[in-house]
Design a protein around this ligand. Structure first.
Ligand SMILES: C[S@@+](CC[C@H](N)C(=O)[O-])C[C@H]1O[C@@H](n2cnc3c(N)ncnc32)[C@H](O)[C@@H]1O
Length: 287
């Protein structure tokens, strides 16, 4: 498979790639599932990330399209796709997250357009195998960065997408402008250097998990020969990462103002590579 050699170089610490790691991942997100929606709704920056991802998905997929979403969580973006007539097969490592999404879809009368599987991002080739080819594979703000076998996810997405189908991936960025400025000045370098080296340890992530960061260049190498990158957005670039939202609340209108600016610049060259997260759209090659 093209691109596969470069995937091997994206290491993960020993002992964090097997069944034990995935059990811990599931337990963490099962635990967070009850408070997940409230924690997103209560954080203006988290809300901004989902508003951009939702609008991007709306612009990419039409009524009748079929999307496989990985790391769907409670379905904040899934429900919006269903409302627009997109059929979604939603996958998550956490059974509690899937239960919440299924309940929300039933309550909204959209359950008939949704199917679900509990599973790993790296297992999508077998999850999607007998379901026909998809128009899109979507994964935002979580699973891409906490999947140790990312090469299997990417080759799996290639296998289950129609030629010309879209991979939409939101993941933790290696180069975050805000943190470079803040931590550079404050001399609190540990988190910054972990992020820039590509792997954050458990204590640095709000879900207490190892988290892998990727640059646009890393993403291109990972998908080389299988996908062409067609869009990159930095989320957010000028505003701080979500963890900082509470600390800046006392500045009143500052965050809404910064986020309005962010919406204007998130796709501009150079700035679009410097967000806390990156939202990347890549088209499956015809081969
Ligand atoms: C932070 S949530 C994001 C959910 C949703 N995309 C959103 O933006 O609100 C990440 C989700 O990905 C799931 N997840 C994380 N790593 C995964 C993996 N390797 N395979 C499958 N699901 C994973 C978690 O269980 C969790 O529900």
């Amino acid at each position: 498979m093209p691109g596969h050699d470069s995937l091997r170089k994206h290491g993960w610490p020993d002992g964090h790639t097997g069944d034990g790691y995935y059990r811990r991942l599931e337990a963490n997100f099962d635990w967070y599932s009850a408070e997940y929606d409230a924690s997103i709704a209560g954080n203006i920056i988290e809300g901004y990330l989902r508003s951009v991802s939702t609008k991007t998905l709306e612009s990419l997929f039409r009524e009748g399209d079929r999307v496989l979403e990985v790391g769907c969580g409670t379905g904040i973006e899934t429900i919006e796709m269903l409302k627009r007539g997109v059929h979604v097969h939603a996958v998550d490592i956490s059974s509690r997250m899937i239960e919440r999404l299924s309940r929300k879809a039933e309550e909204a009368g959209l359950g008939y357009m949704l199917s679900v599987s509990r599973g790993r991002a790296s297992g999508i080739a077998s999850i999607g195998k007998d379901r026909g080819l998809f128009d899109g594979v979507v994964t935002t703000f979580g699973a891409f960065s906490s999947e140790p076998h990312i090469g299997d996810f990417i080759s799996g997405a290639h296998a289950i997408l129609k030629p010309g189908g879209l991979l939409v991936a939101g993941f933790w960025n290696r180069f975050c402008l805000f943190e470079m400025l803040l931590y550079g000045m404050e001399l609190r370098r540990r988190r910054l250097s972990e992020r820039m080296r590509g792997l954050s340890t458990r204590g640095n992530c709000r879900f207490s998990l190892e988290t892998r960061s990727y640059s646009v260049h890393d993403f291109r190498r990972l998908t080389d020969g299988m996908f062409s990158t067609v869009m990159v957005k930095g989320l957010p670039v000028l505003s701080p990462p979500p963890d900082f939202a509470r600390r800046l609340e006392r500045w009143g209108g500052l965050l809404p103002l910064l986020l309005r600016l962010d919406e204007r610049v998130n796709g501009l060259p150079i700035l679009n590579r410097l967000g806390d997260y990156l939202l990347v759209v890549a088209r499956r090659k015809l081969n």
